[in-house]
Design a protein around this ligand. Structure first.
Ligand code: ATP
Length: 456
């Protein structure tokens, strides 16, 4: 972790409160007291997350010739996780404090506060009495079969189904090295301390790529993927200046990894990992070939060589990226008008990520013609994007409600649209920009292409 202090608990509190108030994110099972480490996405959060996943898929799979997608099962065979090393070794060191009864991850004690003496880490407070670290396996197990005799695991990462299907995908798609397999899906870890809102959860979604290559290309491709992924974050609205690259030192990397970069973001609770880009050598295919007894080698038609491909893995957390998008977008702007200060809360999402792309308002809800035109516009845009119709309260307040959820554009159908007194403006609407608050007039017939050019 870098030593720059970026923490801002007040900002974080405001973000969490807005997310609940406007329906981005709720605690799972809140009605019954809440399920620790699990979150439900409300209407706006679900849209934001979907925009992120769709964009990742488009950039990673659709727009590339060398990456194929897959969608694997969540329930995972014991044998798979035995070979991968998760059953024996997927654990974090855990300590208990005998004084405050807190339970912590021993490898990052300095990021917690002692309950007895806040602002001091557990262990550093004179009152702390920590147990020796014990290994705590993070996997969640389930049973199936009529008598529950068969054990399965909720996958701790999406990667394993990619390794296990690598040969089937290779054979059924006639691809050549280098090529990648990408997957988005849920993963589960029984985290010791779920915390920092949705940052560390027990149920979360990952966006992973396993990029298979010749051994001699591994290091170069790791650097190339790092750059590709940094560009991705910039494209979705997370500036490079807020990202930190941690070149994970020798002792801290997994033993099979020759190179690992952590891409970290300046969250209001500290600089923390968003994604790992790891060169995993031929470790994964090697252990599955051994464990299954099936050959997983690649045959190079040109050189007539047979070998196990190496793997570069860019592995991103979907929920963590959603949180980074929310933290980055959140802004409070002082709009001073003649000494009357007025605070505007605005989520500055990029239009491509914004949950709602455009809001449509009739200036007067009692004006039937304005309402009719609004509904027509709404219908014409809905097949292409999320549209929100609102006719309640003053237009200024409607703008503010949209600013708060990050809607980049608002369209108002007004008296000019009807053209009774302004024939030259007939058929045009007021289009208002969220960030600059500037307004312009646009013909209704141009709205769809105008928006499509900006919101995807
Ligand atoms: P950490 O050190 O934070 O526990 P990790 O290094 O174990 O994470 P990986 O196993 O590399 O994480 O998983 C890849 C990505 O999956 C992470 O970069 C993160 O974005 C996401 N991820 C991992 N664990 C969680 C979690 N508990 N909640 C949310 N996202 C997670």
């Amino acid at each position: 972790m870098a030593n720059k202090d970026v923490t801002d608990p007040v900002r974080m509190e405001k973000i969490v409160s807005l997310c609940k108030r406007r329906g981005f994110i709720f605690q799972a099972g809140e009605l019954y007291g809440g399920l620790n480490g699990c979150w439900d996405y409300g209407p706006l959060g679900a849209e934001l997350k979907r925009n992120l996943k769709d964009y990742w898929w488009r950039k990673t799979v659709q727009e590339r010739d060398d990456v194929l997608g897959m969608d694997g099962a969540i329930l995972t065979m014991e044998a798979v996780l035995q070979s991968s090393g998760h059953i024996g070794g997927f654990s974090d060191p855990m300590v208990d404090c005998k004084t405050c009864k807190g339970r912590f991850r021993a490898d990052n004690l300095d990021t917690y506060e002692c309950k007895e003496k806040p602002s001091v880490c557990p262990g550093a407070s004179p009152k702390c009495e920590l147990t020796e670290p014990r290994e705590f396996n993070l996997m969640l197990q389930t049973n199936f079969g009529a008598t529950g005799e068969q054990i399965a695991y909720l996958r701790p990462e999406t990667a394993q189904s990619i390794f296990c299907q690598y040969k089937n995908i290779l054979d059924s798609n006639r691809v050549k090295l280098p090529f990648g397999i990408a997957q988005i899906g849920k993963s589960f870890r029984n985290e010791i301390n779920p915390r920092n809102y949705i940052f560390r959860s027990r149920e979360f979604e990952q966006m992973e790529i396993e990029y298979f290559c010749r051994p001699e290309d591994g290091m170069r491709l790791t650097d190339e993927w790092l750059e590709t992924r940094l560009c991705f974050y910039e494209e979705i609205g997370i500036p490079r200046a807020k990202l930190h690259i941690l070149d994970v030192p020798d002792g801290d990397r997994a033993f099979y990894s020759k190179k690992t970069y952590d891409i970290e973001y300046e969250f209001p609770f500290g600089i923390q990992e968003l994604e790992g880009v790891a060169y995993r050598t031929d470790y994964d295919l090697g252990v599955h070939a051994k464990g299954s007894g099936r050959p997983l080698e690649y045959f190079d038609e040109e050189t007539k060589e047979r070998f196990l491909p190496h793997v570069v893995e860019p592995s991103a957390g979907c929920d963590r990226t959603v949180l980074a998008l929310i933290c980055e977008a959140f802004d409070e702007e002082e709009l001073g008008t003649d000494g009357n200060s007025d605070m505007r809360t605005v989520m500055r999402f990029m239009p491509s990520m914004a949950p709602i792309k455009v809001a449509i308002f009739p200036l007067l809800k009692k004006n039937e013609e304005q309402v009719r035109i609004c509904r027509e516009i709404q219908k014409s845009l809905q097949p292409w994007m999320n549209v929100f119709y609102d006719d309640s309260g003053a237009v200024g307040r409607r703008y503010r409600r949209q600013d708060e959820i990050g809607t980049p554009f608002c369209v108002t159908v007004d008296f000019e649209t009807l053209g009774e007194e302004t024939p030259d403006l007939k058929g045009t609407v007021t289009l208002r920009h969220r960030d600059s608050m500037e307004q312009e007039r646009l013909p209704v017939v141009d709205l769809l292409p105008w928006l499509l050019a900006r919101v995807r």
